[in-house]
Design a protein around this ligand. Structure first.
Ligand code: HEM
Length: 517
């Protein structure tokens, strides 16, 4: 009788939650914390910066406790390389968190990026990886052509007939570009509407809200279960889930209607739905759909926007000169617009893309991992089941690896031989590295080349409207989110050669005529 009473007593008071999921790891530095909350208060909302400061005193890798969960955090380029790459078969799973997994994803299944490693995750990751590998991405270039053409055409419309500089915020154009590409690949159709289209804005708003619920910095109820009784986060999560269900259902139904009418075009979900050999369940297909939508929506547009922001900054003019020289040397003046779809031969543009990814590391704390085997780190045995956090921001600004890391210098990525391994951690690393990196990279390359040849990028006339160019944490409007949400700013654009640009736009219009609008 007494043990039953005691068990109930413990359950009511949630005393079991006072102990951590993984016991204290011997021989691994630990950051002293407070009872119950652990290190939650100390880390605040700007976790990457605080963790990097702590690593100066406690070493590159240490353990922290957030409520009842223990985490191992790596903060330098070398330590991440050793843990994430040399131990990639161990660091292959993902944690489950209360708000995200129990409340938010209960009706849609988890995205691939939030799924623990099991047979189902393996199947879904394989299907997504096949659809997003290098050769597949080459076959999507007509869609990249269409979306970048539509975006630039709208930019030109916003500039009007002005031959001088016009200042505007191009972020919504890049958001539509990324979302439409994901929808085209996922469902075989896009949202043909202005940047204010209701469905487009709803998807962008909801996915942004969900991204905030995935971060480790402001979801205390994930680590202190007692808070779940009072948390307004749970209501927010339920609301976002309901709104996400509505558009996911709408998109899937639209695809199914097309399949029954025979009007569908080849796409990831359609191909899976029509494949009699397909081993994926309905739930798994839904998970791939959500992954396609969520995967590139926060990340790619922010990365492109911040790359363009750099071009409008103090270094902008000299960077544009070097980039244009490279483009003109590699392609002729006339056909760069078209040729950038076919290959990635501009070495300086490629280095610029990598530096944009490094300098703006838009997921500063990457996505957490869980180990499935023991990992040994400098004499400490880190048991299977431990959650690992990659401080990608700290690693990408690690002065022991990158010379003058706070300077934006594409040259650092020139002349690096193929096969040199991970050059930055914007896409994570190892076994669960970003599956969409080839697609994201191509989107960036094409968008940068086309913007550069079409427009002169200038600082906004009003200094108060200019972007903050110090780095991802400084420019972030939502420090408690998983990914960077740039604070609003404007960029000046001036058309370089209107006649030539009109010709390029007509060219893309003709080349993409066959794609349904
Ligand atoms: C500049 C753009 C992008 C950035 C910076 C980025 C960054 C990341 C990061 C940091 C991770 C975690 C990797 C790790 O744990 O090591 C990730 C995972 C992932 N990303 Fe991306 N991503 C981008 C674009 C995309 C796109 C366009 C897609 C697909 C449409 C995509 C799909 C995924 C998927 C499916 C995962 C989960 C992989 C897994 O858990 O196995 N990403 N991404």
């Amino acid at each position: 009788m007494l043990p039953v009473v005691m068990a109930k007593f413990r359950a009511i008071l949630q005393l079991d939650d006072l102990t951590t999921d993984v016991p204290f790891i011997k021989h691994l530095p630990s950051i002293p914390g407070f009872p119950i909350v652990g290190n939650l208060v100390q880390l605040g909302s700007e976790q990457p910066r605080r963790l990097a400061e702590l690593s100066k005193k406690h070493g590159p890798v240490f353990q922290i406790r957030l409520g009842n969960k223990r985490f191992v955090v790596a903060n330098t380029f070398e330590s991440i390389k050793q843990l994430w790459i040399n131990n990639q078969s161990s660091l292959i799973s993902r944690p489950t968190l209360h708000t995200f997994h129990n409340v938010l994803s209960s009706s849609q299944g988890f995205t691939i990026g939030t799924s623990p490693w099991d047979e189902s995750c393996k199947r879904r990751r394989k299907a997504a990886a096949a659809a997003l590998n290098r050769p597949s991405v080459v076959s999507y270039m007509p869609f990249v052509d269409l979306e970048s053409y539509v975006g630039i055409k709208e930019l030109v419309q916003q500039l009007g007939h002005s031959e001088s500089q016009v200042d505007l915020d191009p972020y919504p154009l890049f958001q539509r570009l990324a979302l439409n590409l994901s929808l085209t690949l996922g469902y075989g159709f896009r949202i043909d509407g202005s940047i204010d289209n209701e469905l487009l804005r709803e998807i962008i708003t909801v996915e942004r809200g969900i991204s905030t619920l995935r971060s480790t910095s402001n979801n205390w109820q994930d680590f202190i279960p007692l808070l779940r009784l009072f948390s307004k986060r749970t209501n927010e999560a339920s609301d976002l889930r309901r709104r996400r269900d509505v558009y996911l259902e709408h998109l899937l139904q639209k695809l199914k209607d097309r399949i029954s009418l025979g009007t569908q075009v080849s796409c990831i979900t359609g191909n899976i739905l029509q494949d009699p050999e397909c081993k994926l369940t309905h739930e798994e297909i839904k998970s791939i759909c959500v992954t396609m939508i969520a995967g590139g929506l926060d990340t790619t547009p922010a990365t492109i926007l911040l790359g363009i922001a750099i071009l409008s900054g103090p270094q902008g003019a000299s960077l544009q000169t070097k980039l244009l020289e490279d483009i003109h040397k590699t392609y002729s003046d006339e056909n760069a617009w078209e040729r950038c779809l076919e290959d990635e031969k501009c070495e300086y543009v490629k280095a610029f893309c990598k530096e944009v990814l490094r300098f703006w590391t838009v997921i500063p704390m990457s996505l957490p991992r869980v180990s499935i085997k023991n990992v040994v780190w400098q004499g400490a045995i880190i048991p299977a089941g431990t959650t690992f956090l990659m401080n990608a921001w700290a690693a990408d600004f690690d002065a022991d690896h990158f010379k003058s890391p706070h300077e934006f210098t594409p040259e650092r990525f020139l002349d690096i031989p193929e096969g040199s391994g991970t050059q930055h951690f914007a896409f994570g690393a190892g076994s669960r590295m970003c599956t969409g990196s080839h697609l994201a990279y191509r989107e960036m390359y094409v968008t940068f080349v086309r913007i550069l040849i079409a427009f002169e990028v200038l600082p906004a006339k009003d200094p108060a409207q200019r972007p903050i160019l110090a780095g991802p944490l400084e420019c972030n409007a939502n420090p408690s989110g998983l990914s960077i949400e740039p604070k609003a700013f404007k960029i000046g654009f001036r058309v370089r050669d209107r006649v030539r640009l009109e010709k390029w736009l007509e060219q893309s219009e003709a080349a993409t005529k066959h794609i349904e609008r």
